[in-house]
Design a protein around this ligand. Structure first.
Ligand code: NAD
Ligand code: UGA
Length: 470
């Protein structure tokens, strides 16, 4: 029986390994983590992450060939293939702070594998890492190897949160990069066989290590670039009377461009787009390519501009002040169908409004008050951020922010409503009831284009939707 151990039971490690276990009954999969609480949650009925379809997959194979454990050393020792799916955040201190990927967790994972291993292992980079990381990992493993043969593979993950299970069941492609030596090729084949249990062969791409590492960064940069492109156009739509939905539809009909990933929004969020583009920018700078670095940096600049543009729109249309006014925020997660708030645009928008002394009342179906208060008090690395998006102090945050579990409660008595996540339920709310319970004039700012502006205007709202005629 092939034994797999995965270090890191997060948004990637958990779902990815659960699907491998489901699709490969003859493989034993153990997911380990340094966080005792996270592992306990994976072993309970309340999984640590919300992801449609995940509960079902875990229920089917947990205890059969899928296990979650904190006994890291034991399971690394027994494994043939070790996936490393630990976090790789942006560095906040020292060389490359605010841009470079922080590989502290990765390096300590690699050192642990080197220390513990007593038999040959294939070590798989699942985390998103800078191109050439495998070379560094190889050095750590080989210099501490005590004669053991390690093969490093790059197998980046392309799942998106909210659709993780569907993406894993039916991936556009699986990418495996390895050394072009006989041992390297053998390791690539071993991993390929695992995926071949459910992924058609023509969707399993094999490349050299550096192409695989760079493809992941490039894919995220291209995706984020599409959003910044449509968001840049949304600003011009508002200025000219064009409708961004109509423009995106017409543009996307060109088969060379395609229709997906062209929804204008308050800005992209999530743990990866910004971090991975910053990492790409840093790599370009380190390789003496400042023009390439600056090209990609602008994708983030437009995203920051979109968030501050939204805040400015709210404040300026509400007579240039939101001081002491109640603003309801509907949606805090970075996208629908997830409880994840990492780098959510809602953080920057709320901080912008708090900076203008608004009183904010937040409702998100999947995000708790504790999480929201923590996010709003958190210091973010202040790379390139406009002054009004600077963090607010924790005490001020607590006094100015309330969190409810009900959209009607959040909007009651509010002067304005901001929709910041595209949860399906927000298009189905009773807006007549919401209007009646709000201060007048009642403003609504739709950062996700989920409501019909015309219908809401008929109710009496003053409506601003991203990229729509005013
Ligand atoms: P995460 O923070 O949810 O999970 C990482 C886990 O690794 C944490 O639970 C942490 O406790 C654990 N960990 C850290 N050091 C460890 C160690 N030495 N041993 C064992 N466990 C350790 O992160 P994530 O969202 O799952 O992302 C992981 C990687 O995958 C990142 O590089 C990210 O860029 C990449 N990625 C993420 C997504 C996504 O949708 N979140 C998609 C594709 C790729
Ligand atoms: C993204 C990629 O889609 C995945 O392929 C990749 O594996 C992952 O990053 C990663 O490396 O972490 P994710 O961040 O989970 O996945 O979610 P997306 O669906 O890409 O959305 C990212 C952000 O862009 C969200 O805030 C979303 O609301 C926003 N978005 C997306 C738009 O504003 N407009 C769109 O048209 C699409």
């Amino acid at each position: 029986m092939v034994k797999i151990c995965c270090l890191g039971a997060g948004y990637v490690g958990g779902p990815t390994m659960a699907v491998i276990a489901l699709k490969c009954p003859s493989v034993e999969v153990v997911v380990v983590d340094i966080s005792v609480a996270r592992i306990a949650a994976w072993n309970s009925d309340q999984l640590p992450i919300y992801e449609p379809g995940l509960d079902d997959v875990v229920k089917q194979c947990r205890g059969r060939n899928l296990f979650f454990s904190t006994e890291i050393e034991k399971h690394i020792g027994q494994a043939d293939i070790v996936f490393v799916s630990v976090n790789t955040p942006t560095k906040t201190r020292g060389l490359g702070a605010g841009k470079a990927a922080d590989l502290t967790y990765w390096e300590s994972a690699a050192r642990m594998i080197a220390d513990i291993a007593k038999s040959d292992k294939v070590v798989v980079e699942k985390s998103t890492v800078p191109v050439k990381t495998a070379e560094a990992i190889e050095k750590i493993l080989i210099h501490n190897s005590k004669g053991i043969n390690f093969q490093i593979l790059s197998n980046p993950e392309f799942l998106a949160e909210g659709t993780a299970i569907q993406d894993l069941f039916n991936p556009d492609r699986v990418l495996i990069g390895g050394r072009e030596t006989p041992e390297g090729k053998k390791a690539v084949q071993a991993l390929k066989q695992v995926y071949a249990n459910w992924v058609p062969e023509d969707r399993i791409i094999t490349t050299n290590l550096w192409s695989a590492e760079l493809s992941k960064l490039a894919a995220n940069a291209f995706l984020a670039q599409r959003i910044s492109s449509v968001n840049a156009i949304s600003a011009l739509c508002e200025a000219t009377g064009a409708d961004v939905a109509e423009v995106a539809y017409s543009v996307g009909k060109d088969t060379r461009i395609g229709p997906r990933f062209l929804s204008a929004s308050v800005g992209f969020g999530g743990s990866c787009f910004q971090k991975d583009i910053l990492s790409l920018v840093y790599i370009c700078e380190c390789n003496g390519l400042p023009e390439v670095a600056s090209y990609w940096k602008d994708v983030i600049k437009v995203n920051d501009y979109q968030k501050s543009r939204f805040v400015n729109r709210v404040v300026s249309s509400m007579f240039n002040t939101v001081s002491e006014k109640k603003i309801a925020v509907l949606g805090f997660a970075f996208k629908k169908d997830t409880g994840d708030t990492r780098e959510t645009p809602a953080i920057d928008v709320c901080k912008g409004l708090l900076g203008d002394k608004a009183k904010i009342s937040i409702y998100d179906p999947q995000v708790s008050e504790e999480q929201i208060q923590r996010d709003l008090a958190l210091k973010k690395f202040d790379w390139d951020h406009p002054v009004h998006l600077q963090p607010t102090s924790p005490t001020a945050v607590k006094q100015q922010v309330t969190v409810t579990w009900d959209a009607y409660e959040a909007t009651k008595g509010a002067h304005g409503v901001c929709i910041l996540t595209e949860w399906d339920e927000f298009s189905k709310l009773d807006y007549v009831k919401i209007y009646e319970n709000m201060q007048k004039p009642a403003f609504i700012f739709d950062g996700r284009n989920v409501i019909d502006p015309q219908k809401l205007r008929e109710i009496g709202f003053i409506v601003f939707s991203i990229g729509k005629p005013l």
